[in-house]
Ligand binder design. Structure first.
Ligand code: AP5
Length: 219
């Protein structure tokens, strides 16, 4: 119908790339509230599967705990299914996917098949030396999904008992996650640069300043 064609033409399709702890989840939550698009975080989807104890969750948990990437075929299948859901007609914010060259190719294939293009690939840049501090101090609220930091965004005292510290937020796992980022994920950046959709954003500074930088980059 013309209505759905209109919906699709105004749809915003975005990807967030960046090292672990760069602030992708924090910023994605703000962007999806602004653009009214679904927030698709593969990390959140895997953590939900781990909590539910599904076979996929059990498999993913082994990799996540060690700070390693979950195998491409598992992630690609999961994202394909998610993108087939109706709410993505309004667009989407992919957070933490793609993370490897095969994942980027699978996404391009899925979008091409539906004649869709990406509006922006946001690369959130934060130097490694700031990452460990951000990750080790992170706490999340499993009930609201809210992300806090003991120093940079302290949670309200009354929530203290229910906040969780992710199993992969240890210094050791973070080192592996950074290594995976530099060896597997950073190489997909030139692919999007070549497509002319890459926007580099400085992820250092207060979260509000980073949000302003993202808004400016999106124009
Ligand atoms: P995932 O959940 O995607 O984790 P990640 O990429 O490592 O990113 P994080 O969630 O750790 O950080 P973030 O950038 O969202 O930062 P946040 O906003 O929380 O993936 C986890 C695992 O799942 C992977 O290791 C892998 O095993 C698996 N996986 C997921 N997707 C996969 C895929 N596609 N392929 C294969 N495997 C996959 O911020 C961090 C902290 O900093 C918070 O405490 C926050 O409050 C604070 N903070 C945020 N902004 C600022 C700021 N500007 N200044 C100071 N502090 C800040």
């Amino acid at each position: 119908s013309s209505e759905s064609a209109q919906e699709e033409s105004s749809a915003m399709r975005m990807i967030f790339i960046g090292p672990p702890g760069a602030g992708k989840g924090t910023q994605a939550a703000r962007l999806v509230a602004h653009y009214l698009i679904p927030h698709i975080s593969t990390g959140d989807m895997f953590r939900a599967a781990v909590t539910e104890g599904t076979p996929m969750g059990q498999e993913a948990d082994r990799y996540m705990k060690a700070g390693q990437l979950v195998p491409d075929e598992v992630v690609i299948g999961l994202v394909r299914e998610r993108l087939a859901q109706d709410d993505t007609k309004a667009g989407f914010m992919l957070d933490g996917f793609p993370r490897t060259r095969p994942q980027a190719e699978a996404l391009a294939e899925a979008l091409n098949a539906d004649n869709l293009t990406l509006d922006a690939v946001l690369l959130l840049e934060v130097p490694d030396e700031l990452i460990v501090e951000r990750i080790v101090g992170r706490r999340s609220d499993p009930e609201t999904g809210e992300i806090y930091h003991l120093t940079f965004n302290p949670p309200p005292a009354e929530l203290a008992d229910r906040l969780v510290h992710r199993k992969d937020d240890t210094e050791e796992a973070v080192r592996s996650r950074l290594e995976a980022y530099h060896s597997m994920t950073a190489p997909i950046v030139p692919f999007y640069e070549g497509e002319g959709v890459l926007k580099r954003v400085n992820g250092v500074g207060r979260p509000d300043d980073v949000t302003s930088a993202i808004r400016a980059a999106l124009g």
